[in-house]
Design a protein around this ligand. Structure first.
Ligand code: HEC
Length: 252
């Protein structure tokens, strides 16, 4: 039999994992972080769950109880802890609590998003649509949680198919609009390339508090990967722009 005290000792040792709020005095309005920081007693291992709000319990379980491997590396070059510590944009969106977005929040969030934009050196270009197709399909990422992922398995993907229909030869998600025929329908003007790049880099510029991840601004995809995914959307040879076979067409 294992002694329960060993587990308690492990939990106690995690006091050192307290949230680091330092260096950012301006974020004094950050309620959840402040609440977690002001409750060091919760790390003693003797916590009364029934007296905690759901938010406090979630904060405790994630940040203090050692339930997650928060120091694990993420693909964007930070740690799990940094990934789930909300930045200014995400805090503004979370504060809506699923209510429709108001004008002030929309302006605030889209301004933050616009200021985050960085463009590739030499301008926005299209890469290799085949690689882009693989990236759009792949949902592989550096997850953190209870177990370590094997990060040697390959590059993290863009996960686009989880939310979008793209090529018609595979199924796609419905959280976002269908992108089938994207380049064929919209053309590849400079304005369209810029809009699409910015949508992938930080979609909150156009859709404040969207569910679509900030693939560029959050560092999930590199510039060359964004270029490949854009080729998948725009290249006439890409399956995204192939018309589905029309059973009634006289041309076979
Ligand atoms: C978690 C879901 C999700 C993922 C993953 C996702 N998107 Fe989106 N995307 C959306 C939603 C939702 C919208 C519509 C904006 C809104 O209403 O919030 C959108 C909009 C777009 C648009 C603009 C559509 C238009 O009609 O102009 C483009 C382009 C786009 N996504 C490309 C991508 C690409 C490329 C990827 C993969 C790198 C991707 N998305 C990954 C959810 C997602």
């Amino acid at each position: 039999m294992y002694k329960k005290t060993a587990i308690a000792a492990t939990i106690a040792a995690t006091t050192t994992l307290m949230l680091i709020v330092g260096g950012c005095a301006a974020t004094g309005t950050d309620k959840p972080a402040a609440a977690a920081a002001s409750k060091p007693a919760a790390s003693s291992g003797k916590v009364d769950y029934t007296k905690m709000t759901p938010e406090a319990l979630a904060e405790y379980l994630i940040f203090e109880a050692n339930g997650f491997k928060l120091d694990q590396a993420t693909q964007e070059g930070t740690t799990g802890r940094e990934r789930i510590t909300q930045d200014e944009l995400q805090k503004a969106c979370s504060a809506l609590r699923d209510q429709p977005i108001d004008g002030d929040t929309a302006v605030k969030v889209s301004t933050i998003a616009r200021n985050s934009m960085k463009y590739p050196e030499g301008g926005i270009k299209l890469g290799d649509w085949r690689k882009g197709g693989d990236l759009a399909w792949s949902g592989f990422g550096y997850r953190f949680g209870h177990n370590n992922d094997d990060h040697s398995k390959g590059d993290p993907g863009g996960n686009c198919y989880n939310c979008h229909q793209l090529a018609t030869d595979r199924t796609g998600g419905t959280i976002g609009p269908s992108l089938t025929g994207y380049g064929r329908v919209r053309g590849n003007s400079e304005a369209m390339l810029k809009y699409t790049y910015e949508m992938i880099y930080n979609p909150h510029a156009y859709f404040p508090c969207t569910r679509m991840p900030r693939m560029g601004a959050s560092g999930y995809l590199r510039q060359d990967q964004i270029a490949d995914i854009m080729a998948y959307l725009f290249d006439p040879a890409s399956p995204v722009n192939k018309l589905p076979a029309d059973p009634d067409s006289p041309v076979k």
